[in-house]
Design a protein around this ligand. Structure first.
Ligand SMILES: Nc1nc2c(ncn2[C@@H]2O[C@H](COP(=O)(O)OP(=O)(O)OP(=O)(O)O)[C@@H](O)[C@H]2O)c(=O)[nH]1
Ligand SMILES: [Mg+2]
Length: 322
């Protein structure tokens, strides 16, 4: 293993500062405007309205924004009217929204491999996330095997094999056009025979509106479930944060069809305004396992709600209210 192997866990400060600048893009109105408002204006109805607008623009969504504003008004009644309190109150409300989804993924070791089925729309970051997760699990001393379940897109198998080679992990594959259910079945049998801890199954990207392709995922889930009652242990939806509120719609539809147990939110570095994480947490209450802020191995980390909110509100990483 190279020195890179600790990248995901050992550089929290580095990751935090990169997360902060990722969320600070030109389009990050929340950071550029809201934070300014919070340090300059007096608290009154006009200010609350401005905050409301900024939260919606930041992709937090109308529903969750309303909730934040209502709770802010409640807190305001109780607290002093200093501007700093307002900012801290927003932080505390956001933290409470994120609390129910802040459950890290725990791999339970037993005789059967722990199966993670990776799903999502085209280009969301499934295959890249599998590469990053392979390294993450290896660093935790888990043995890992990959299933090249995207038999549809040209070069998808090779893309996964590159990640496999990079992480020195076996990739079970068949030819392009093969039945993805058969590939994942084989990979499970192989993982079980070799007593591998974690099976990461890639799948082809698809839109939630493509009924036939959604049924294919349901079938894959059933195939896995026949191999082991608990499998798949994690149905992991990979969501591209730069899609904003569309990511929420995708999550709702994939969840209805498959029962999502965990989320990876990718591309928070792109044109994302970042607030979608709060919107998803509030609406769906599905655990957010990891977030991605770039294409490299070290650009993914276990979701930490404190880091996320502090980065979003431009507060220091170790910021405490009192
Ligand atoms: N900026 C940025 N790019 C990312 C992130 N995650 C993935 N990407 C890039 O997004 C592109 C698509 O990633 P893939 O992993 O191939 O996505 P996929 O979901 O497997 O795509 P399909 O297999 O085509 O459905 C690649 O160029 C990745 O490098 C991220 O967190 N930030
Ligand atoms: Mg892929």
């Amino acid at each position: 293993m190279t020195n890179e192997h600790n990248d995901i866990d050992d550089k929290p400060k580095n990751f935090f500062s990169r997360l902060t600048s990722a969320l600070k893009g030109k389009k990050d109105v929340l950071k550029n405007n809201l934070v300014n408002i919070l340090t300059t204006n007096k608290i009154n109805e006009d200010l609350l309205e401005e905050i409301e607008t900024e939260l919606i623009i930041a992709d937090i969504g109308v529903h969750t924004t309303q909730k934040i504003i209502n709770q802010l008004k409640e807190k305001r009644k109780k607290n002093s009217k200093k501007n700093e309190d307002l900012k801290h109150n927003i932080r505390d409300i956001m933290l409470s929204i994120l609390e129910p989804v802040s459950t890290p993924l725990i791999i339970k070791n037993n005789d059967d491999p722990f199966v993670i089925l990776m799903i999502g729309v085209n280009g969301a970051g499934k295959t890249t996330s599998i590469g990053k997760l392979s390294r993450y699990f290896k660093d935790q001393n888990h043995s890992v095997i990959l299933a090249a379940g995207d038999t549809f897109r040209a070069a998808a198998i090779e893309q996964l094999q590159v990640w496999g080679q990079r992480n020195k992990i076996e990739v079970i594959s068949q030819e392009t056009g093969a039945d993805p259910g058969a590939v994942i079945f084989d990979a499970h049998a192989s993982a079980k025979a070799k007593k591998i801890n974690v099976l990461l199954a890639d799948t082809a990207g698809r839109l939630h509106t493509q009924t036939g392709l959604m049924d294919e995922l349901v079938k894959i889930k059933k195939i896995l479930n026949k191999q082991s009652d608990a499998a798949p242990h994690e149905v992991m939806l990979v969501l591209d944060a730069s899609l904003g509120q569309n990511a929420l719609i995708q999550a709702e539809k994939f969840n209805e069809a498959l029962g999502i147990t965990g989320l990876i939110v990718t591309k928070l570095d792109g044109s994302a305004k970042g607030g979608i994480v709060l919107s998803i947490a509030d609406k769906l209450k599905i655990p957010i396992r990891f977030i991605g802020i770039g294409e490299k191995l070290e650009d993914m980390q276990v979701f930490n709600r404190h880091d996320y909110v502090n980065a979003l509100l431009n507060l220091p990483q170790n910021h405490q209210n009192n």
